[in-house]
Design a protein around this ligand. Structure first.
Ligand code: FE
Ligand code: FE
Ligand code: ZN
Length: 275
């Protein structure tokens, strides 16, 4: 079974997201836990959340992938910024318990000149205050393009974070195809080799979700500019192989492509036809 969907706006509430997923032909999707650039959060509508959970079951949707805002930086140099990220992530995870059993992915952080090792240590320290056994949502580290001082450009950096936290069993990984390509992993010519490398360094059992984005830039560019499927350097054939790869079977494939509803519906149909 192939699970594919796009990023869906959470502005209209939970049930509106389910309606949009249905309209797009999606059987999974992603959504921001709050405004991606801001920090404030709306009061949670418990009835809407409960009706949504029911709808998700009725529609037979797979695991959903909530996305943390880009403004969180667990590796920030300023303690107050790290504090903000920790508190916001805890709050997001508390809210996600109203829609239990899905995923929450976040960008590990940017070390802003402190160095990758210091960044890894700060991220693990922050995660130790965020991760609590007993929550039903699995937290996913996203593979990053290596733009600026982003931590998570290499599989080794993600492994180092996982190795340092007190509860590694509460962490998984979300692989972004645009980001790993921009980071220098050649999934166009050697998808098997990159997945073998992921398995060797992190372990494929940690891989829980895929962001299926084409990239506007060449291998190793460290840019992070997403393109529509087939309109970037990865090409449609790469996404066909990703969607059909036995090692990735059943993982939610999430589109974060620059699209309108028609474009997403087309890409979702394409991915779902690759089985
Ligand atoms: Fe992301
Ligand atoms: Fe992504
Ligand atoms: Zn990106």
């Amino acid at each position: 079974m192939i699970f594919a969907g796009s990023h869906i706006s959470s502005a209209g509430g939970y049930c509106a997201m389910a309606r949009q997923a249905e309209k797009l032909g999606a059987n999974t999707f992603a959504f921001f836990t709050r405004n991606p650039r801001g920090g404030s959060v709306k009061a949670l509508d418990e009835a809407d959340a409960a009706a949504f959970c029911e709808r998700v079951r009725e529609l037979g949707l797979g695991k959903l992938v909530a996305h943390a805002p880009y403004t969180y930086n667990l590796a920030a140099a300023k303690p107050e910024l790290r504090e903000f990220a920790v508190n916001a992530m805890r709050e997001d995870l508390d809210r996600l318990e109203y829609t239990p059993g899905h995923y929450y992915n976040f960008h590990p952080g940017s070390h802003v000149g402190q160095g990758s090792d210091a960044g890894v240590a700060l991220i693990a320290e922050g995660l130790d205050r965020v991760l609590e056994p007993g929550r039903s949502t699995l937290v996913l580290l996203e593979t990053m393009a290596g733009k600026g001082s982003e931590v998570g450009r290499t599989f080794e950096e993600l492994r180092a974070i996982i190795d340092r936290v007190a509860h590694p069993e509460l962490l998984g990984v979300c692989l972004d195809t645009c980001h790993v390509w921009d980071a220098g992993y050649d999934i166009v010519n050697d998808l098997d080799g990159v997945l073998a490398e992921f398995d060797r360094v992190i372990g494929l059992e940690r891989l829980k979700a895929i962001h299926t984005n084409d990239s506007l830039n060449p291998l190793g560019a460290h840019k992070d500019r997403h393109a529509k499927l087939g309109e970037g350097h990865l090409g449609l054939e790469t996404f066909r192989r990703v969607a059909a790869h036995p090692a990735l079977a059943g993982l939610p494939l999430i589109l974060e492509t620059p699209n309108d509803d028609e474009g997403w519906a087309k890409e979702i149909a394409f991915l779902r036809s690759c089985g």
